[in-house]
Write a protein that binds this ligand. Sequence first.
Ligand code: SF4
Ligand code: SF4
Ligand code: SF4
Length: 291
Amino acid sequence: MEWDKPATLLLEKVPPFVQKVVREKVEILARERGKTLVTEAEVVAARESFMGKPNPQRTMAKKPADNEKLSILRKYSKYFDKEGNPVLYQVKSCRGAEVNCPFLITDSGILSEKLRNRLEELHFTEKLIDKVEGQILPHHSMKLAVSGCPNSCSMPQIKDFGVHAVEPVSVDPDCKCIECMKCVETCREDAITVKNGNVTIDKEKCVHCGLCAKVCPTGTIKAEKKKYRVMIGGKVGRHPRFALDLLLQADESATLKALDVCADIILSSKTEHRFRTLIEQQGIEEIKKRI
Ligand code: SF4
Ligand code: SF4
Ligand code: SF4
């Protein structure tokens, strides 16, 4: 049975060791449909039928023009999913939950998955492919990172969109401090002063790691609700930049809204400037107002 060019290009994206089997299955499905020529429609239908529920977002990316645009990116497997579909965002998580890290505030993998899902719902990959004229290059892909505490092992400060969990603390005036000094010994930022039973926390120094609340035996220092610090526009390369603070203590919903806004800035820009440049053109304060 003959295959047209777009269908052949799709088949070529399948790992070589399964191409023969896939070809046979697609041709069986095409015959069942009374076709004598295999087109992209048969390949997509066959994949949906073999793999279960179709993924509309990913099937959208299967246009022949996309294949040409993606030829350079194909040298890097990290920009493609298991089915060979492009994914133009990478979300890195720290391994805090996996290794039972003592500093862990929140499992970074959970938010990472939500960020991935949100970009998928927004059809970020397809829209970015449509937007970029010419070849898609690695720097076009959006880089994200989430860390489970301010130690930031997944390096959110050098990503387009970075997040780390925070656990703000406060002093409860109704609890009596016994001056055990455990909080002072624990705080790496030298942010706590205990004098005559009075406890003060220097908000300029505190990074909201929540560790002092964990060691306080009297509940004088209490942990508040866990939040996220969201920063954007970090980058390495020729002109490295640390990310700028967008939200200091955001809940999950505000964090996802911030991602929507950032994705919109990238996708609606008429130019192909790096995200950091777009942020500097718009101004971080203007971006904050949109969340
Ligand atoms: S970022 Fe924090 S929670 Fe995650 S691995 Fe590093 S120290 Fe542990
Ligand atoms: S939350 Fe962390 S940085 Fe802030 S005062 Fe407590 S131990 Fe220090
Ligand atoms: S750990 Fe708690 S009880 Fe001990 S000095 Fe600090 S605030 Fe006071």
